[in-house]
Each structure stands twice: as structure tokens, then as C-alpha cells.
Design a binder for this molecule. Structure first.
Ligand code: D6N
Length: 463
């Protein structure tokens, strides 16, 4: 049977529609797990909320923007300091978050006055910041506050500030994916085209869907710089608010994370006719192929080849050292969605590893099409997986390492299996050639750490 019912799911048999094992001779036109639909009651989901998708994943990355969360203080706290996206602006975005700290009385009497007071206070506290994003949360959406009206009022009053309102409450969709979508579309409609960038090259791109996790954007920007290409806007790694307002000026949209940012690329194509080029930015083969594609678009093939040759000379011997030692190791990828299809073949081709299970929190069916097309026969593909299912996978497959977040990671550590932080990385960046060597080094260190042998010993015996 291609769809699989885990033993732990016998009480919620609907879960079977979300788990698929690829068989010989099958393709995705025959079987595709359900995805991007409500979590089934009784399944302890790993998903985040829609507000989180807008704030933590996209808007919160901007390095010069006040983040004001209009809601109970927990909404701000829980999306602050949990992701590692540094910037060259002294990491302003990692240090600070503002919250209106809405309480019961505001739920009853309204919180717009409180919001206005907080906006003014925040601009006073950070006098050098003239840009702000206000986020609606479940509580303030339910009571019907109108942050846009308040923002308009303040912009008129202060004169030199610009404010964007992200109106995507936690309950707006089935997962964080909805927050990505709403942020993309609203930003496109309200902010793109309102700022003119300085053009310094004949070749200009937007790098879309990369969030500078531990420096990823810096690595990619360096390659483009060496090819003579100007990155007008990085959506949104290490980027400024006004940079994102300038996206209409690029000649090409280079898209990495199609799940979180494909929407804005499509809108830019519709409105401004900017073509979209999808790339993979993890793994040697993929990065080289991506640079070649961008080079071919601009007629800069030679410059692309030069960068690739320089990078291969520098990093390939190191990658090969790890490949020798990681060959044949089995792993699972249990992250958000796109990293499944970006990574599975890269780990196999560049490092000789075997991916035996992949779980996506919020990928859509089109993501599963890509995952399954690139994945192996016999691999278990899961949508919106839960802990008990994960434990069953581990019982069935002998796994050497798991790419996942700290929540599940801490659980598998108790089974003496190492995990690599598949969201925020262990010691990144992981993108680009040097990044993939970093990734290989972290896998190697994880698998070969002496801690696993020690952890299995009961020191009370023989003491
Ligand atoms: Fe894209 S889907 S934005 S690549 Fe996204 Fe990106 Fe993926 C994701 S940086 Fe994954 Fe998340 Fe991150 S789950 S935060 S690793 V975590 N929404």
C-alpha cells in the first residue's frame, strides 16, 4: 500500500492520507499525501501559527525596522530570539521586539489607543529607526482593531516615518504558510514601487526567499557581487525596509524558497514583467547549476564559471574528506517543507548519504510533488508529522542523524541519535559551497561524537 497508517495512528486513521511510501514505478500523479489542510484533532502538530509565518520567518528579519506586535505579550516573546538571522546592523533585529501587551480590559474596550501610544513610544525609544511593521495577532484581530487607520494617523503626525501593517492573525490559516502568503501579497500591493534604489550595475536581481540564516545571504551576495550583479533586494535576509520597497527595479527574480516567497515573485512578474528563476542554494551541484542559470540569463557565463572554479578549488577537497566518512549514513529530514526537496539529492549526490524519511510541517501538495520526485523509493514522506510517528520511523529505519528543530531534536537525543538543527543550523551558514562544507562538518561531528557511546553506558554498573 502506498499510503501508510502508523501503528500509533490506529485511533486517528485519517492520518493515513498524510503519509506516503514511494514504490517502484509510481509517480505523484498516482499518489500524493494530503497537505496544507487542517491538522487532524488528536495529532500533536509541530506547526506554527500564521502570525508566526509573517513575523518570525519574513518581516522580523529586516535589520532596520521596529517590530511592533499588537497583542498579548506572549506573541512577541515566542517569536523573538528563536531564529538565527544576523545582520550587519549590529543585529538590531535580534535584540529588540516591541509589544502592546494587550490585556483583558483592552479586549473589552478596544486597543487602538494603546496601539497609538505604543507606536509613538517605540519611535521615541529608537530615534534612528524610521520604519516599522505592526503585526495583528489573534486577540486584536478578533476585537476588530484597525491598525492601518492608526498607522496612517501616526505617519501623518510624525511625517518622516513609514509603517507597514501585517494583518495575518494566528488563526488565519492552517499553519505558518498563510502568514508567508499574506505578507508577500500585502507588501507587494502596498510597498513595492514606493522607493527608488541606486542602480550600480547593468545586471540587477532580487534574491527572493533566503533569510540570512547564520549568514546565508552574505555568502550568496558575495557570489553575485563577484559576477558583477547587483542585488537590489534580498527578500528578506540582511535587508532594509526600503530595500524591499525597491524590488520593482530588478531585471530578474532569483527564487530560493519558493514556498515562503514564490508569491511575491509571481506578483512581480505579473505587475512589472520581471522573470522568475528558481534555484537551489544548498549543495555543490545545485549551487553551481544555479550560478550557471543566472549567468546564462545575463550572458555572464564566463564569470559564473570563474566563481564556480574558484569555489570548487577552495572547498571541494574538504567536502570530499567528509564524503568519505559520511558515505552510506542514513538520515531523516523533518523540517518546514522546501528544505526537503532542496536537500535530499544534495545530501545524496554531494555526501553519499541516504534520506529514509522526510516530514514537512506546512508544505503544500506542489512541494510534495517536488520532494517525492527527488526522493527515494521506500522513503517515508509525511505531512504534518507528530512525535509518535517520528518514534515509529526511528524504530523501523536505522537512522544515523536527523535534520530537525530543537524541539524534536531534544527528543531524539534521548534515543542517542544526533540531530542537526535543520532550521537555524548548528554552525552555519549552510548555503553555497563553504556552507555545504559547514553542513558536512556538523553532520560528521554529530555522528562521530563520543557522547553517544558514553550516553549509552550506565555508570552505576560496575562502579
Ligand atoms: Fe522557506 S519554508 S522560509 S526555507 Fe520557511 Fe525558511 Fe523553509 C523555513 S528559513 Fe524552514 Fe520555516 Fe525556515 S520551517 S523557519 S527552517 V524553519 N518557514
Amino acid at each position: 500500500m502506498p499510503l501508510k497508517l502508523f501503528e500509533c495512528d490506529t485511533v486517528i486513521p485519517e492520518r493515513k492520507r498524510h503519509v506516503y511510501v514511494k514504490n517502484v514505478g509510481e509517480d505523484t500523479s498516482m499518489f500524493l499525501p494530503m497537505a496544507n489542510i487542517d491538522t487532524i484533532p488528536g495529532s500533536i502538530s509541530e506547526r506554527g501559527c500564521s502570525y508566526c509565518g509573517a513575523k518570525l520567518v519574513i518581516g522580523g528579519v529586516l535589520k532596520d525596522t521596529i517590530q511592533l506586535i499588537h497583542g498579548p505579550v506572549g506573541c512577541a516573546y515566542n517569536t523573538w530570539h528563536t531564529k538565527r538571522y544576523p545582520s550587519d546592523n549590529d543585529n538590531y533585529q535580534l535584540k529588540y521586539v516591541c509589544s502592546t501587551d494587550v490585556k483583558e480590559k483592552h479586549v473589552i474596550f478596544g486597543a487602538e489607543k494603546l496601539l497609538k501610544q505604543n507606536i509613538l513610544e517605540a519611535f521615541k525609544a529608537f530615534p534612528n529607526c524610521k520604519r516599522m511593521i505592526i503585526y495583528t495577532t489573534c486577540a486584536t484581530a478578533l476585537i476588530g482593531d484597525d491598525p492601518k487607520a492608526v498607522a496612517k494617523d501616526v505617519m501623518k503626525e510624525l511625517g518622516d516615518v513609514d509603517i507597514f501593517c501585517s494583518q495575518c492573525a494566528g488563526f488565519a490559516g492552517v499553519s505558518q504558510s498563510k502568514g508567508h502568503h499574506v505578507f508577500n501579497i500585502d507588501w507587494m500591493n502596498e510597498k513595492v514601487g514606493t522607493y527608488e534604489p541606486e542602480i550600480t550595475s547593468d545586471y540587477t536581481i532580487n534574491m527572493i526567499g533566503d533569510y540570512n540564516i547564520q549568514g546565508d545571504s552574505v555568502v550568496l551576495s558575495d557570489y553575485f557581487h563577484r559576477m558583477g550583479i547587483q542585488v537590489i533586494a534580498h527578500f528578506t535576509g540582511n535587508e532594509t525596509y526600503d530595500g524591499l520597497r525597491s524590488m520593482h527595479r530588478a531585471q530578474l527574480n532569483v527564487v530560493n524558497c519558493a514556498r515562503s516567497a514564490g508569491y511575491i515573485a509571481n506578483e512581480l512578474k505579473k505587475k512589472y514583467g520581471i522573470p522568475r528563476l528558481d534555484v537551489d542554494t544548498w549543495g555543490f551541484n545545485y549551487v553551481a547549476e544555479s550560478l550557471r542559470k543566472v549567468g546564462a540569463f545575463f550572458g555572464l557565463e564566463n564569470r559564473a564559471e570563474q566563481v564556480i572554479a574558484e569555489e570548487y578549488a577552495k572547498w571541494e577537497p574538504k567536502l570530499n574528506w567528509y564524503k568519505e566518512r559520511l558515505k552510506g549514513k542514513k538520515l531523516c529530514i523533518w523540517t518546514g517543507g522546501p528544505r526537503l526537496w532542496h536537500w535530499t539529492k544534495a545530501l545524496e549526490d554531494d555526501l553519499g548519504m541516504e534520506v529514509v524519511s522526510m516530514s514537512s510541517k506546512f508544505g503544500h501538495q506542489e512541494d510534495f510533488e517536488k520532494v517525492i520526485a527527488r526522493g527515494n523509493i521506500g522513503t517515508i514522506y509525511i505531512d504534518d508529522g507528530n512525535e509518535l510517528e517520528f518514534f515509529e520511523v526511528l524504530k523501523e529505519k536505522k537512522v544515523d542523524v536527523i535534520f530537525t528543530g530543537p524541539r524534536v531534536g531534544e527528543l531524539v537525543k534521548k534515543l542517542h541519535i544526533p540531530y542537526i538543527n535543520g532550521h537555524a543550523y548548528h554552525n552555519g551558514p549552510y548555503m553555497g559551497f563553504e556552507g555545504w562544507v559547514n553542513c558536512a562538518r556538523d553532520i560528521y561531528n554529530g555522528i562521530h561524537s563520543p557522547i553517544w557511546a558514553l550516553a549509552g553506558k550506565d555508570i552505576r554498573k560496575g562502579a
